[in-house]
Design a protein. Structure first.
Length: 145
């Protein structure tokens, strides 16, 4: 449990297995299980469900991130649902108002979808695949296989 880092039961260098509750802002090295709070930050690997206003993982993430803002700097594998989903290397489904990835393998659903490279499908009002030679910007649907 954390009020705001560094006021938390386990210091930031500990990996949590089970349930972590962050009343305002919590940060730990790793997280395996259920991560709940206003601002959830993991500096290493995370697996499970991350549910909060802001979810940030500096390393790889596997599972479901659900929040207003979801960010993963390492490889993201799973489901991302939120107003803004920002991932470096994503595999799975991102569903939000704005979805931004460097590399996407899977499905992006949102009003605005952006990726540099795509192996999959985008569905939304504005869909952008930056490295696509032909028709990199399309309304409704964009794809690359």
């Amino acid at each position: 449990m954390a009020l705001v880092d560094p006021v938390q039961i386990f210091n930031r260098d500990v990996t949590i297995r089970g349930i972590r509750l962050n009343l305002i802002y919590g940060v730990n090295r790793g997280m395996y299980g259920l991560d709940l709070g206003l601002a959830n930050h993991v500096t290493g690997e995370a697996k499970g469900l991350q549910y909060g206003l802001v979810n940030l993982v500096d390393g790889p993430f596997t599972g479901w991130q659900d929040g207003v803002i979801n960010l993963t700097r390492g490889k993201f594998t799973g489901l991302g649902t939120g107003l803004y989903n920002g991932y470096h290397d994503a595999e799975g489904l991102t569903w939000g108002f704005v979805n931004v990835t460097d590399h996407m393998s899977g499905l992006q659903i949102g009003f605005v979808n952006y990726t540099r490279t795509l192996y999959g499908l985008q569905i939304g009002l504005l869909n952008i695949v930056a490295d696509k030679d032909k028709l990199p910007v399309l309304p409704i649907v964009n794809w690359s296989f």
